[in-house]
Design a protein around this ligand. Structure first.
Ligand SMILES: [Zn+2]
Length: 487
């Protein structure tokens, strides 16, 4: 009897676990048994491996082969075990030398003709290998961007390439091009809407969720799209997180340029598509929007069931998905922008007549449940645009207003950093001056603000004070915060 050991990686959610693949070849009827992976996957894998070996100038040993994948209770939900299993068979049957593959971990799907294909989650496996000092052997076709400092990879195109010396893959640094893509969307493109633009700047500075309400065509989506350009440049750590999510969903990466994601979700989207799920578990829209913007258009049209599922991610920045035997946690730390019409027909408060009854309007607005509204700090009206202004579109806008906003946000971020360094323990309430405190008392008494609403007001006031580079929150800043939550 002869045997061989090869390493592989199981990808569970956004983490990877090393799997040991053991092959034993003994006398007996020719057969290939795979244990430690689901029957269904094992059956398909067996056919691909057998055919790939025979089409690659190797010979499938006509003896009894048993493959064991350990630990057996770790789900092995991708086809990437084809390559390490084939490798183990070839080593155990002495068709290739074991010592050439020491410290190596393999991941790749085989075609019937022996081609090595990329599988989802390669980047996650590569990073895990890097942490354990292993080198990943994978498809050279895979455009897995990676940081050379974190991992190293060998690429092969075909199983027959195992006969040749292995070649390290050309490294693409994830973070080599950290110049934010000069997105075409600038604030200057939007005429008027000063309040909404100001709300965008405050939201981008303080990471506040934002609700825009106004009639169709008032530019709610246009405004939301400008948010990306106002957010901070992607950090190195964030680039890795965004890339890992893309690695699971696409299996390949667009390239070294990293932008924050922007996901626009329609109300017909199912809870599973929004939140994530399935087997193997796939990230939903909230995870695809991680570190970027999630736009929910026509918020009241979403079902209660779907909106309720947003509570956990809005609270914790992540989502737990329970599957048959295990749990997966996906990150979901997004900037929420929700948009809604002022009434079911959409024209309330605009030049066109609204046909909705008061009852209808109330029911429509109540559809957005309290728990979601509670987590949206800024609620701003986007009135219908004056058509004369709307069509007065200059050929190519300058980016003057946009660049000024970015400078202001940058300055506020720097101020906040220094403020937190100077007084790390001060809570926002302690930063209120006498005038601000008085205003809060009035709001609580006359406007019947709840404790939570007061808290939101202070949070927004804090961000406005940061934009003004003031450590103390004054009445003026709280007044502006009040205006920016009209609902
Ligand atoms: Zn209406």
């Amino acid at each position: 009897m002869s045997s061989a050991h090869v390493l592989g990686q199981a990808v569970i959610g956004l983490t990877a676990q090393t799997i040991e693949i053991e092959a034993t070849i003994s006398n007996g009827l020719p057969q290939l048994n795979i244990v430690g992976m689901s029957e269904h996957r094992g059956k398909h894998s067996r056919e691909r491996i057998r055919s790939a070996i025979e089409h690659s100038g190797f010979k499938m040993p006509d003896r009894r082969i048993v493959i064991n994948l350990a630990p057996s209770d770790v789900p092995k939900e991708h086809a990437g075990f084809d390559l390490p299993i084939a490798l183990a068979i070839l080593i155990a049957s002495q068709q290739i030398q074991a010592d050439r593959f020491k410290g190596l971990c393999a991941m790749g799907e085989l075609s019937l003709t022996g081609e090595v294909r990329a599988v989802p989650g390669l980047l996650i496996a590569a990073l895990a290998c890097g942490q354990e000092g292993l080198t990943l052997l994978q498809s050279s076709q895979a455009q897995v961007a990676r940081q050379t400092s974190l991992s190293s990879c060998f690429g092969i195109r075909h199983l027959s390439d195992l006969k040749l010396p292995l070649r390290p893959m050309t490294a693409i640094n994830l973070y080599s091009n950290n110049v934010p893509a000069e997105s075409d969307a600038a604030l200057d493109d939007i005429k008027g809407q000063e309040t909404a633009k100001r709300a965008l700047i405050i939201a981008a500075t303080g990471g506040h969720h934002l609700l825009l309400f106004g009639p169709p065509g008032s530019g709610k989506t246009m405004l939301a799209k400008r948010m990306l350009g106002l957010m901070a440049p992607v950090t190195e750590q964030e680039a890795v997180e965004i890339a890992c999510i893309q690695s699971v969903t696409k299996g390949s990466l667009p390239g070294p340029q990293f932008e924050r994601p922007f996901r626009e979700v329609h109300h017909s989207t199912s809870a599973a598509a929004l939140i994530g799920g399935g087997s193997p578990p796939r990230p939903g829209e909230i995870t695809l929007a991680h570190l970027g913007v999630l736009l929910l258009d026509e918020l009241p049209e979403f079902t209660h069931a779907v909106l309720n599922q947003l509570r956990q991610p809005l609270e914790s920045g992540s989502i737990d998905l329970s599957l048959a035997h295990y749990q997966v946690r996906f990150p979901a730390n997004f900037q929420l922008i929700a948009a809604m019409n002022p009434c079911p027909c959409g024209w309330l408060g605009s030049r066109r007549p609204c046909r909705c009854s008061v009852e209808h309007i109330t029911r429509y607005r109540n559809r957005v449940s309290g728990p979601i509204l509670d987590r949206i700090d800024l609620q701003v009206e986007v009135p219908a645009l004056d058509p004369n202004v709307f069509f007065l579109d200059a050929p190519k806008q300058s980016r003057h207003e946009h660049n000024a906003a970015i400078d202001q946000i940058k300055q506020a971020r720097a101020f906040k950093k220094q403020r937190l360094r100077d007084a790390p323990l001060q809570n926002d309430r302690e930063a209120l001056d006498a005038g601000a405190k008085q205003l809060l008392m009035q709001a609580a008494q006359t406007l019947h603000f709840s404790a939570r609403a007061i808290q939101k007001l202070i949070r927004v006031g804090r961000t406005i004070a940061d934009l003004d580079c003031r450590a103390v929150i004054s009445r003026k800043q709280l007044e502006e915060a009040l205006v920016l939550r009209q609902n």
